[in-house]
Design a binder for this molecule. Structure first.
Ligand SMILES: [Zn+2]
Length: 189
């Protein structure tokens, strides 16, 4: 099965509310134990493990187990659990760095991290989810009072689009928002 069982899978509670992310390896055990079902989101069809294996592989992202091939589960729905994810996540400097995967949003380095206010504090920018990104000290100094667009153009990076993790607290667990499975996106509020 290799590394694919290390992928993350979105967990919905019995009511269909997104509540957590869990490793595929763990999710498969839950499904085998009857506590959850794999969800085909396009049809909202629930599958037991046997049914899912019989369904076979429909995409490139599949798991091979012996002679069988089946899709990597991307969403599971709990058969009994109705709890929700405890939040609100506080907007603080450590949480901003966590959200951004502990790397500079401008140059990608992972050391000397601090928090950059996109609109600088001296211009009224505040420490909010949408106005703050994890930045290394060097980029922070170089950006100074420059606009974010100007700075990003200068160093040739994409303009960061910080997000509010309270829109999807379960996603905060993995700390970034790039390359998400399409089927998760409807669950981001
Ligand atoms: Zn940097």
């Amino acid at each position: 099965m290799g590394k694919k069982i290390d992928n993350w899978c979105l967990v919905l509670n019995k009511n269909g509310l997104a509540v957590n992310l869990s490793k595929v390896s763990k999710v498969i055990k839950k499904v085998q134990g009857g506590r959850a079902s794999i969800l085909d989101f396009s049809t909202w069809t629930k599958y037991t493990m046997d049914e899912w294996v019989d369904r076979g592989a429909t995409s490139n992202g599949c798991i091979e187990a012996g002679s069988r091939r089946f899709d990597i589960p991307e969403i599971v729905i709990c058969n009994y659990y109705k709890g929700t994810y405890p939040v609100i996540i506080n907007c603080s400097k450590p949480n901003i760095c966590k959200r951004d995967g502990y790397k500079c949003c401008y140059c990608g380095v992972k050391r000397d991290l601090t928090v950059d206010h996109i609109v600088p504090q001296c211009e009224g920018g505040r420490l909010t989810w949408k106005n703050s990104v994890c930045s290394c000290q060097s980029c922070n100094n170089r950006k100074d009072r420059m606009s974010v667009d100007e700075f990003c153009r200068q160093i040739g990076c994409e303009v960061p689009k910080p997000w509010n993790p309270n829109a999807a607290p379960w996603l905060f667990k993995i700390g970034y928002q790039n390359d998400l499975p399409e089927c998760w996106k409807p669950f981001i509020r």
